[in-house]
Design a protein around this ligand. Structure first.
Ligand code: PGA
Length: 252
């Protein structure tokens, strides 16, 4: 089974969110893959209602959370508020959070802990910039980002997902080759294995993200160690999102 997640970023308001669910071809749920959507926080309620019974198979999440449970943090959303609003997952450390908003590894550590405290499944995003790739630092960067988030994972058996999203491939039309994705995913899997044991590491889905489209989704998802995809732009349209789910083929 693959995990196919859509990160809507700062797109699709409540009205458009209802339209998305109305137009979404729910027969793709029969493929048996796990689908997750990350609407903007303001559209989460609309997504929760629009998803209704018919498309219950689609999980919902938020794109970011604060590490504190409550307080004077204007503009932020806490894990308990997100969970109460219907979120089951939380993206943490997305490259735009790290590189546009200056989020640090220390903050991702605290956010992963907050998500886990409140029953949200963390989807930790890691990925190198082009300069880091050119300097041969891919493994060093993604392992540092992974290590920051591992925390108490070794003692608790809660669900955890990782998304490898090379920064240079996000929203650029540039995609990592399936071999590049496989290599980074193998590096991440090996570290998870050291941290939590091979059996548990094999159950942590590692998604690839960065310019995934219906045309390239199949070969990326067929790559070794790639357990699914995190899709930005191409997840905004229900037809192309459904096409990506179909590209995953039959669950392995
Ligand atoms: P993209 O975004 O598919 O538009 O490149 C991916 C992401 O940022 O999660």
């Amino acid at each position: 089974m693959a995990v196919i997640a859509g990160n809507w970023k700062m797109h699709l308001g409540p009205h458009e969110t209802r339209g998305f669910f109305k137009d979404f071809d729910t027969s793709v749920l029969e493929t048996g893959h796990e689908l997750i959507l990350f609407p903007s926080t303001a559209s989460l309620g609309a997504a929760f209602l629009a998803r209704g019974e018919a498309v219950k198979g689609i999980g919902l999440g938020v794109q970011n959370i604060h590490w504190e449970d409550a307080g004077a943090f204007t503009g932020e959303t806490s894990a308990p508020i997100a969970a109460n609003a219907g979120a089951e997952f939380a993206l943490i450390g997305h490259s735009e959070r790290r590189h546009v908003f200056g989020e640090t590894d220390e903050e991702t550590t605290r956010k992963v802990a907050a998500a886990r405290r409140h029953g949200l499944v963390p989807v930790l995003c890691v990925g190198e910039t082009l300069a880091e790739r050119r300097a041969g630092r891919v493994d060093e960067v993604i392992l540092r980002q992974l290590d920051a988030a591992l925390g108490d994972l070794d003692v608790e058996d809660k669900r955890f997902l990782v998304a490898y999203e090379p920064v240079w491939a996000i929203g650029t039309g540039e995609t990592a080759t399936p071999d590049d994705a496989s290599a980074a995913h193998a590096t991440l899997r090996a570290r998870l294995s050291d941290a939590v044991g091979a059996e548990r590491a094999s159950r942590v889905p590692i998604l690839y993200g960065g310019s995934v489209k219906p045309e390239n989704a199949e070969e990326l998802m067929a790559a070794e160690n790639v357990d699914g995809v995190l899709v930005g732009g191409a997840s905004l349209d229900p037809v192309s999102f459904a096409a990506i789910v179909r590209a995953a083929g039959k669950p392995r």
